[in-house]
Design a protein around this ligand. Structure first.
Ligand SMILES: Nc1ncnc2c1ncn2[C@@H]1O[C@H](COP(=O)(O)OP(=O)(O)OP(=O)(O)O)[C@@H](O)[C@H]1O
Length: 259
């Protein structure tokens, strides 16, 4: 399997069956009030080539907006990738509302990468959005309705028939997010999603994130993005060094960075 197809696996794998039951989307696709989403890491460690990357992480997350901060190489991306099973724990378990199997986690957790070029596969926006839906074998009308809905939701209808390679960085990141949302995931994890965006697109993208009903986990070095979140985790050297409301966690993190 190529790197690219591995990266896209999560989009293909998002299927509606269990998702309907967890996220509160009725089988006909209509959204009902979501019941709470709880993800639990129990004694989770990740080791690569004998190097401990994450060390015995135990945490229970149920907030709607969770930020993850930490120094370069501290283990944030590895932590983020565990949510939807792109990464496997070497020890311990990750459980989302009772679901632990990695393939099943992929069905429930959408993942947005830092660089949308790693996420967008097809040359036309509407084709790209249809890509993950193909596996669902939905009637054509339903596929088109979902695409129209997600484009309308983010004011992107004008991009429907555009070449993806001609989009601006901000437009690409919005299309990448739409490609995840069209699969109606239970929750969404974003790994440094605004790094490539200018100030305007960053604000627009984060406004879109704030508007989501789905629970969201955002890994970011941009502390301004996380100030209004419900909870922030500070990862340091593979462990959770800070956890709580953004104010105190971010303040301690900033204080710790002073030379
Ligand atoms: N296959 C591997 N073998 C050994 N070490 C690895 C391997 N893959 C990743 N690492 C190390 O794991 C650590 C954590 O990586 P990770 O990408 O999770 O960090 P991060 O906090 O997201 O960093 P950044 O902010 O720079 O993106 C890094 O030190 C990285 O070099």
């Amino acid at each position: 399997m190529s790197d690219r197809s591995r990266r896209h696996g999560h989009r293909q794998a998002l299927l509606p069956d269990h998702h309907a039951e967890i996220a509160g989307h009725a089988p006909d696709g209509n959204v009902t009030p979501a019941r709470s989403v709880v993800i639990e890491f129990a004694d989770v460690s990740v080791e690569k080539n004998g190097v401990p990357i994450l060390k015995d992480i135990t945490v229970r997350l149920s907030e709607r907006r969770i930020g993850v901060i930490g120094r370069n190489g501290s283990g944030k991306s590895t932590f983020a990738r565990l949510f939807n099973g792109i990464e496997a724990p070497s020890a311990g378990t990750v459980t989302l509302n009772g679901v632990t199997e990695r393939k099943a986690l992929r069905r429930h957790v959408g993942f947005v990468f830092q660089n949308p070029d790693n996420q967008i596969v097809y040359p036309i926006v509407s084709e790209d959005l249809a890509f993950g839906l193909k596996n669902l074998k939905l009637p054509r009308d339903e596929t088109q309705a979902r695409i129209d809905e997600v484009l309308a939701r983010f004011d992107l209808a004008h991009l429907r028939d555009r070449f993806t390679h001609q989009l601006s960085g901000g437009e690409k990141q919005m299309v990448a997010l739409a490609g995840v949302l069209v699969m109606r995931p239970t929750m969404i994890v974003l790994d440094e999603p605004t790094t490539l965006l200018d100030l305007w697109n960053k604000r627009k993208f984060m406004a879109a994130i704030d508007a989501l009903d789905e629970p969201v986990v955002v890994v970011s070095h941009d502390l301004d993005l996380l100030g209004h979140f419900d909870r922030v985790l500070h990862i340091e050297d593979g462990s959770i060094a800070g956890d709580g409301r953004p104010g105190p966690v971010l303040a301690r993190y900033v204080a710790g960075s002073q030379c």
